[in-house]
Design a protein around this ligand. Structure first.
Ligand code: SAH
Ligand code: SF4
Length: 372
């Protein structure tokens, strides 16, 4: 069997792996052993799985592989941030960023190549949509970073303590692979992260958010960016389909049922003269008053071909003051990895140029109401 015909075990969810071992006539605990080797020790060679019998290893070698994305570049920032471009088998590249902080290390992963939501301030959105990432390509980002830093089981250090789905793409528009990856992150036989340390960030795909807790339970970040529908329709076009009231209602239901998310992190990109006025701050206080939240103000990060400017320090302070004086918890995100363009909304990867142009044409023809 050639490698391309073999099953990639990195592409299997927990249930998928159990089914796979059942189908080849092996006991479920064998699946758990292999799961640990892959995700806890970063092993991709069956011969290194020393507690797996030789005959099973031979069988696995014949029908399966463990194959993650290939690293094409790695950039290190002065502040310790690391950005990788990872090449996929289909030829495109995606970007993954590791951000070290005092008490944690956060890995920011991508879920799609490009994004169909097309927010007018986002580099990923401006590239158009190419395709969904497979489970192996999503968990492969964590797998690669874990191997780079050394698996916690081997080093005793859990360098990657948090994973956020804030890279390229809209995670709720690639539901099954994203849920599969999150469940591997949470599983004690794989990455074993606590629910509160895995965060899904969404622009607000309401039907998918409504069913998320039936499949997994993680912390939630909401890319709100505007306090009223008129402004949000311009900035985050999916708002025309799921307006703020409907969206916040769905978020509230999520918080009521979730064990991981007691508050929603509201992301608000600060763009000069667009959404950063005192009126917007007051409106924001009003619309969020019944929803447990913390606000994350994100200075707009520029990228080529975009004419927006980041808010001035003065507007940011005034905005923050209004929120704080009404009792809200506000943090202003520091730009990390500035020197390597690793900040939010700057992850571009390399979407195949020709396909990209075609996708853009197609996208123009798709109305936002067609996105489900
Ligand atoms: N699609 C998801 C997750 C990826 S975007 C979402 O929109 O939530 C991750 C975060 O980066 C979002 O809050 C997004 O709005 C923000 N972002 C996008 N472009 C940005 C930019 N140019 N400057 C600052 N933040 C940006
Ligand atoms: Fe897509 Fe998020 Fe960028 Fe909007 S901000 S275009 S939803 S990746």
């Amino acid at each position: 069997m050639s490698n391309s015909e073999k099953i990639n075990l990195l592409n299997l969810s927990l249930d998928g792996l159990k089914d796979f071992f059942a189908e080849i006539g092996e006991k479920p605990f064998r699946g758990i052993q292999v799961l640990k080797w892959i995700h806890q020790y970063g092993v991709d060679d069956f011969d290194e799985m020393t507690n797996v019998s030789k005959s099973l290893r031979e069988k696995l070698k014949e029908i399966a592989i463990i194959s993650g994305p290939e690293v094409v570049s790695q950039q290190l920032s002065d502040d310790g941030t690391v950005k990788w471009a990872l090449k996929l088998e289909s030829g495109q590249a995606i970007e993954t960023v590791f951000i070290p902080e005092k008490n944690r290390g956060t890995l920011c992963v991508s879920s799609q190549i490009g994004c169909v939501v097309d927010c007018n301030f986002c580099s990923t959105g401006s590239q158009g949509f190419n395709r969904n990432l497979e489970l192996s390509e999503i968990i492969g980002q964590v797998w690669h970073a874990m191997k780079y830093f050394g698996a916690a089981k081997l080093t005793g250090n859990r360098t990657i303590s948090n994973v956020v789905f804030m890279g390229m793409g809209e995670p709720l528009l690639n539901f099954d692979p994203v849920v599969g990856a999150m469940n591997l992150l949470l599983d004690d036989n794989a990455y074993g992260l606590s629910k509160r340390r895995v965060t899904l960030s969404t622009s607000g795909i309401v039907p998918a958010l409504d069913k998320l807790l039936d499949h997994t339970d993680v912390a939630l970040a909401l890319s709100l960016h505007a306090p009223n529908d008129t402004l949000r329709n311009q900035m985050v076009p999916i708002n025309k389909k799921y307006p703020i009231k409907v969206l916040l209602n769905s978020v509230k239901k999520y918080l009521d049922r979730s064990a991981a998310a007691r508050k929603v992190t509201v992301e608000y990109v600060m763009i000069e003269g667009l959404n950063d006025g005192e009126n917007e701050a007051r409106e924001l206080v009003q619309i969020l008053k019944d929803i447990p939240n913390k606000i994350n103000l994100i200075p707009f990060n520029t990228f080529p071909g975009n004419s927006f400017k980041t808010s001035s320090q003065k507007s940011m302070k005034a905005f923050e003051q209004i929120l704080q004086s009404s009792g809200m918890i506000v943090t202003t995100r520091r730009a990390r990895g500035d020197d390597i363009d690793a900040a939010c909304g700057q992850l571009a990867g390399k979407v195949n140029d020709r396909t990209n142009r075609m996708e853009r044409k197609v996208k123009k023809a798709i109305k936002v109401t067609d996105i489900s």
